[in-house]
Write a protein that binds this ligand. Structure first.
Ligand code: DGY
Length: 319
């Protein structure tokens, strides 16, 4: 039987070209999320789905696609997919780890630096016509070097963020359910710690954890109150790890100094209380969006899908 694949959103041609000609492809070339009913209709009879985080694959969707064997997510995060339901139905779920680690870590640092040194405010000021003379006390920010960096979630991306901190001579604390091995801790000069200590002692707190019921609103009213008033929070993981209403309050009232956010609770909607705040730098979920990395993600997702359809083990199944 010839195989068939549904690509539910735009994917680079170079990645699509990997799909053999005898596999039939239904391709939605837009990046608009499909309504659920259309997703279910187009998935009917398909063997594989290559999708992005805007596509929710829940049990109802899976139930309508009994021939489906693989869901290949073009992302490292996979909270858009009901993995347990997929497993129950014998559907393999894959993601795209590794290929985006360094790019995402670069961007977390971009947010950290921009928030600490007020780069976006400076840009707006420089363009505004209000810059009339050199000013001694203009747009003072916070030093980054030699400060304490707290990393919540010490997987691949968290570790890549820590590696960059070596160049800034920082003290690095990390919090994760799984302790890194001694060699990694030594190499990255990173010390494991409990969450409370990390939040209390860090000048910069950066989130690189999966979204799970345990990490939902991990940063909220209570935890924000334990952070330094001078602290900067960075989130390049998933929006709901942070309670945005509580964060906006803390930023407005001086509970913490600044934030750099790439992800939001209800993307693409941003909490209205965050929008007027100058001390938050925001990006529209682009941490992995370099030309090279987006192509590598797409390529890996296609390879994962094809591997399963050929009866081989996928390259990167979700754990
Ligand atoms: C991921 O890979 O999980 C990103 O958030 C989307 O590119």
């Amino acid at each position: 039987m010839p195989k068939s694949v549904f690509i539910s959103n735009v994917l680079p041609q170079a990645a699509r070209d990997l799909i053999p000609k005898d596999v039939s492809v239904d391709y939605n070339e837009t990046d608009t999320p499909l309504p659920k009913t259309e997703l279910m209709t187009r998935l009917r009879g398909k063997d594989g789905l290559i999708c992005q985080i805007v596509t929710t694959v829940d049990d109802e969707v899976l139930a309508q696609a009994p021939s489906l064997r693989v869901v290949a997510n073009v992302a490292v995060g996979y909270n858009n997919i009901d993995v347990a339901a997929a497993r129950r139905r014998g559907v393999v779920v894959t993601n795209t780890p590794d290929v985006l680690t360094e790019t995402t870590a670069d961007f977390a640092w971009a947010l950290l630096m921009a928030a600490a040194r007020r780069v976006v405010e400076a840009d707006h000021f420089a363009r505004s016509g209000r810059w009339t003379r050199w000013q001694w006390d203009l747009l003072w920010g916070a030093d980054v070097h030699e400060k304490t960096l707290g990393i919540i979630g010490f997987g691949r991306i968290g570790r890549a963020v820590a590696r960059r901190a070596l160049g800034f001579d920082m003290r690095v604390l990390y919090h994760d359910g799984v302790r890194a091995d001694a060699a990694t801790e030594r190499e990255l000069r990173a010390a494991p710690t409990d969450l409370a200590t990390l939040l209390r002692e860090s000048d910069f707190v950066t989130l690189h954890t999966n979204l799970t019921p345990e990490t939902h609103h991990l940063i909220g009213e209570r935890t924000l109150r334990t952070m330094k008033r001078s602290a900067v929070l960075v989130n390049a993981s998933r929006g709901p790890v942070v309670d945005e209403a509580a964060l906006a309050r803390a930023l407005r009232e001086g509970g913490i100094a600044a934030a750099g956010l790439d992800v939001f609770e209800e993307e693409p909607t941003i909490h209205p209380d965050l929008l007027p705040l100058a001390n938050v730098v925001m990006a529209p979920h682009i941490a992995s969006a370099s030309r090279e990395t987006r192509l590598a993600m797409a390529t890996l997702a296609v390879k994962n899908c094809l591997a399963v359809l050929e009866g081989k083990p996928p390259l990167t199944p979700v754990p």
